[in-house]
Write a protein that binds this ligand. Sequence first.
Ligand SMILES: [Zn+2]
Length: 71
Amino acid sequence: MNCPKCGKAMREGYLFTSKDGAFSFANTVPGVFENAKNADGFVEITPLKPSHRVRIQANICEDCRTIVFDY
Ligand SMILES: [Zn+2]
């Protein structure tokens, strides 16, 4: 897909969390035991899955620092 801001082609990869919940983006997702977390206002974007990082398939434009994903 193309970036909604600048119109350039976006690079497809995965948005995923580290064990402390920080999001990262990469072409592939390293495996790790994940901590399931529930919080107020929690929206399940990806289902809980033991022994995997939470990951979201997404598209990135590094020129204008935009990430687009569906859930
Ligand atoms: Zn862009």
